[in-house]
Design a protein around this ligand. Structure first.
Ligand SMILES: [Fe+2]
Length: 251
């Protein structure tokens, strides 16, 4: 299949023929203290023992539906909101005709810190209207510790300037940087295909046992080991930036 054709599989606006990006707002327990909500962009929740850490809690439909799902699972207060990037289907707000309750609405319910990459701040502020002093700005490699959980933040620009992924124990929350098949779009405002190559190379070096949870489920499984993703995902086929740009750098 031609890469342009393949790239239509990784569009993240929902205006695509992707039957597998489920939007049920159902919550599934993946491990003792870990669950995932099937919102438009999947939301991962970790019960840290010192409050719930919510990754990309938003979702078309509404952030409230996500919170309601979380509440059927655990009653602990939400203590941290962490976002991979500033697109409205992840953080809420207005984008491309969508108006989605997300971080701004959640802030009204639970006044908690919102962790993002520094480069994403202006985009998130523009999309959500959240004040800068509600945002905790991070650099790549920063760690956020809550209870017994330590989260390492990896800056992975390409889809957006301040996209980030989260490494928690043996799990990677990949947002729209890496899907199990394909990767996030690099033709949107703020996208950069050369940076996407570098970011994918960074993620590709992670241990093969790391379990990848993408922001959208454009594949049958919810998650897959990095070893398997590296072996099967076509975005890891180009080995040089020049080769990558020939395939994915646009017309
Ligand atoms: Fe996105």
């Amino acid at each position: 299949m031609h890469p342009i054709e393949l790239s239509t599989k990784v569009i993240d606006t929902g205006i695509v023929d992707q039957p597998l990006n489920r939007v049920t707002n159902d919550i599934t327990e993946l491990a003792d203290n870990l669950a995932i909500v099937e919102s438009f962009s999947h939301s991962v929740v970790w019960d840290t023992g010192d409050g719930l850490m919510c990754f990309d809690a938003s979702g078309a439909g509404s952030g409230i539906a996500v919170v309601d799902s979380i509440r059927t699972w655990r009653k602990a207060p939400i203590s941290h909101l962490v976002y991979t990037h500033g697109h409205a289907d992840h953080v809420g707000g207005s984008m491309m005709g969508m108006n989605i309750e997300g971080a701004a609405r959640l802030l009204q319910l639970e006044d908690v810190p919102i962790h993002i990459q520094t480069d994403e701040a202006p985009w998130i502020q523009r999309t959500t209207g959240i004040a800068l002093d509600s945002l905790r700005l991070h650099a790549s490699g920063d760690k956020v510790s809550v209870g017994e959980i330590e989260v390492t933040l990896l800056h992975t620009p390409g889809h957006t300037p301040g996209s980030q992924c989260f490494l928690v124990e043996n799990m990677l929350i990949a947002g729209d940087t890496l899907f199990l098949e394909g990767c996030g779009r690099t033709d949107l405002p703020g996208s950069n295909p050369e940076q996407m190559f570098e970011s994918l190379q960074l993620l590709g070096k992670l241990d093969e046992d790391v379990i990848v949870y993408p922001g959208h489920q454009y594949s049958i499984p919810k998650c897959m080991s990095m070893g398997e993703v590296r072996n099967t995902n076509y975005v890891f086929k180009p080995k040089t930036k020049d080769a990558w740009m020939q395939w994915f750098g646009g017309a």
